[in-house]
Design a protein around this ligand. Structure first.
Ligand SMILES: [Zn+2]
Length: 464
């Protein structure tokens, strides 16, 4: 299941499973402020795929141990950006890219910014600079401002960002430093791609697309273009480097391409609606991705029995695919067959090579829906298992609290509620529930200690 969340990054502090297991709940102040309001998407399959794209690149960039999270943003525009230790990628970027290599190239470029320690704050400001002035300056398209001023959404942002404070001089200096940083990041990206035996053509293709698609008058300006100016000479230099590489003609492995296609179809079905999904599936006619999209579309918009038959056929073709089993579980849940759904999710959990924390929580939900005392106990085990892999899944704690409640374990339910508030960034309520939990616990027992940790937690820069 692909689930959207309106909750903010700030609230769900490190919602995402991480590349490394860097602990800590703390969110850097600036990143928090910036990320406020970012709609996050959670999906075991897509998260695993994007991590598979990023892992070799981060290793080549010397960032493998830096605990960089990957966060999927529910936004149909093209964007990828870094704040603090987080790499954000819009679903729109994943949808647009026709090959893994296009996304891998963008990740390589962003990794270049991280490894280069490029001016974090200013980059963040640029990301949010939505004023027409800044857009016009960065794109060197002053003439278009007149046409674009009818875009009231763009103008609504006036006063925000760097343009407001700095004026022309500031803009010029931004452009100057950006120019250097972009070239550095491009060069680093090529180094990482070469080190991992991958082509730079995908990155070049993406940048070319931004360079040529000057559609400022439209409703949407891709944020990536604003923060990554692409003057002709930069692209030309990059093109030389890409074509010099021995890997220039290397294609993505077919299995990776198939996973990419499946991801695109999934995003189309869940986020863009039936019509957009049908258009994309038409282009991929006959492929596994098209069949997958058809099964998902039937699950969401059509007949459940038919969706199940289509999903069973997928499973027959790829018996080891965890996400086909997950879809089967989703369908059976919707069909009100939680016992069968639990079987499917259970298979998904055991097949999942990425060990996502999301799948055990889905299994736990199905077991809760079964509702016997025995299945409730199993549900608790599974949800705890999922949360153990992915601590900051604040929804998981809600189910955990409910399961404990139904089992009559009230302090357990209160501690789970406290955790949920804690990982949502709501420290005040977290402490209230932690204290309530402690009243019914033996002093010094592990759960009591965890409650005490929450009570003692000092959030940075927040009044308690
Ligand atoms: Zn850049």
């Amino acid at each position: 299941m692909l689930s959207r969340s309106r909750s903010t990054i700030a609230k769900t502090a490190r919602v995402f499973a991480t590349i490394s297991l860097a602990a800590a709940v703390a969110v850097a102040g600036s990143a928090t402020a910036f990320a406020q309001g970012v709609p996050v998407v959670r999906d075991a399959e897509i998260e695993a795929l994007v991590r598979d794209y990023a892992r070799p690149i981060f290793r080549a960039a010397g960032l493998a141990n830096d605990g960089i999270d990957i966060v999927l943003v529910n936004d149909s525009s093209f964007n990828a950006f870094v704040t603090g230790r987080r790499l954000f990628i819009n679903t729109g970027a994943l949808m647009t890219a026709e090959t893994p290599n296009e996304i891998i190239g963008v990740i390589a470029h962003e990794a270049g910014h991280i490894a280069g320690g490029h001016q974090q704050k200013l980059r963040e400001q640029l990301e949010r600079a939505k004023t027409m002035a800044i857009i016009a300056t960065l794109l060197g398209a002053g003439a278009m401002v007149a046409g674009a001023t009818t875009n009231s959404r763009g103008l609504a942002g006036a006063g925000m960002g760097v343009a407001a404070g700095g004026g022309e001089m500031a803009q010029r200096s931004i452009l100057a430093y950006q120019r250097t940083e972009e070239i550095t990041a491009d060069r680093s990206a090529i180094t990482y791609l070469n080190a991992t035996g991958q082509s730079g053509m995908g990155m070049l293709k993406t940048f070319h697309r931004f360079q040529t698609a000057l559609s400022l008058s439209g409703a949407q300006v891709d944020p990536y273009r604003i923060s990554h100016p692409m003057p002709q000479d930069r692209i030309a230099n990059l093109e030389v480097l890409v074509k010099q590489s021995p890997n220039v003609d290397t294609l993505d492995p077919p299995t990776l391409q198939q996973r990419h296609d499946m991801m695109r179809v999934k995003i189309a079905v869940y986020m863009e609606g039936q019509a957009a999904a049908a258009r994309l599936m038409q282009k991929m006619r006959g492929s596994m991705a098209a069949l997958y999209g058809d099964a998902q579309s039937t699950y969401l918009y059509g007949n459940l029995a038919s969706a199940l038959a289509k999903t069973n056929a997928l499973i027959k073709a790829q018996p080891k695919n965890a996400y086909f089993q997950e879809l089967r579980g989703d369908i059976l849940m919707k069909a009100n067959k939680p016992g069968d759904a639990a079987d499917a999710y259970s298979k998904a959990v055991s097949l999942d090579p990425a060990r996502s924390g999301l799948l055990p929580v889905s299994l736990g939900q199905a077991l809760m829906a079964v509702g016997t005392p025995d299945s409730l106990k199993k549900a608790v085990v599974q949800i705890n298992n999922g949360l153990g892999r992915d601590k900051e899944n604040s929804t998981g704690y809600r189910y955990l609290a409910q399961a404990y409640g139904e089992l009559g374990d009230i302090p357990g339910a209160e501690l789970a509620t406290a955790e949920g508030h804690f990982y949502s960034g709501d420290y005040k309520d977290a402490k209230i529930f932690a204290m309530r939990a402690q009243q019914q616990m033996k002093r010094g027992e592990p759960r009591w200690i965890r409650a005490q940790d929450i009570i003692n937690y000092k959030s940075s820069g927040k009044s308690q």
